[in-house]
Design a protein around this ligand. Structure first.
Ligand SMILES: O=C(O)[C@H](O)[C@@H](O)[C@H](O)[C@H](O)COP(=O)(O)O
Length: 239
């Protein structure tokens, strides 16, 4: 694991965006159409805006990338709470990503149940033929959760599915869909983006020994690399 610690959020997202575009440039140069996992949470908007800004001149063709989300909140499509909101508004619509490459989990006004949303998202993943994710980006919960895999939550323990429905999420809203550890396992590069003192303990826990049940972020690692983009406050409890 590598830690890249910055003075503030602006410097953090600038470095993360440049690293992200570098990974995509290398994948495209090698002839791959990269599959990417985007995140929700508070870091999403500044990160997506920075990627949209830095993309011009990066040599990366963002219209030739397959876009997924690590988790989605089961709320109506036009809710500002949707995790895909920032990715769509701040990045994918800005760079003109074609709709057929943008994979969003069904909202609560499109399907009846969160089970159905999870089932369809898993079907989309399988149908896409994706064998690995090039990059998966994650925020970090103050309790160490990643995507919608929460500490000691039964949904986090499911291994025989790529996508699971989540009920009783400790972070609102209560119903969500999440990719599983199984889905994240085949990922070349994982990046965690975390800022602020509220994340310091979780960052330290995720770097430390112990189980994924108590700190789910421990369970997600990239095959090539796992990079932590942190501001000084989020890094403050690291030894
Ligand atoms: O639904 C969500 O909010 C996320 O997918 C979740 O995993 C998020 O990335 C972390 O909770 C960090 O979010 P904050 O930065 O807003 O604390």
């Amino acid at each position: 694991m590598t830690d890249r610690i910055h003075a503030d959020v602006d410097a953090l997202v600038a470095d993360a965006a440049s690293w992200f575009l570098g990974r995509l440039a290398a994948a495209q140069a090698a002839g791959r159409v990269p599959h990417v996992v985007l995140t929700g949470g508070s870091i999403a908007a500044p990160f997506h805006r920075e990627v949209a800004r830095a993309a011009a001149g990066s040599g990366v063709d963002l219209t030739r990338v397959e876009w997924w989300w690590g988790d989605e909140r089961f709320v109506p499509a036009d809710s500002p709470e949707r995790n895909c909101r920032s990715g769509l508004d701040d990045l994918l619509h800005v760079v003109g990503a074609p709709a057929e490459r943008v994979h969003v989990a069904a909202a609560s006004d499109a399907v009846e149940t969160v089970e159905e949303s999870a089932r369809r998202y898993q079907q989309q993943l399988r149908a896409s033929g994706v064998r690995e994710f090039e990059v998966a980006l994650f925020g970090l919960g103050p309790d160490g959760h990643v995507a919608s895999l929460f500490p000691h939550h039964p949904a986090a323990a499911i291994r025989d599915a790529l996508v699971v429905p989540v009920h009783d999420s400790p972070k609102p809203p209560p119903q969500r869909v999440s990719l599983t550890y199984e889905a994240f396992a085949a990922t070349r590069a994982v990046a965690f983006l975390a800022a602020g003192e509220g994340k310091a303990e979780a960052v330290a826990a995720a770097h430390g020994e112990g189980t994924w049940e108590e700190c789910p972020a421990r369970g997600v690692r990239g095959q090539d690399e796992t990079v932590w983009f942190l501001d000084a406050a989020a890094a403050s409890a690291l030894q």
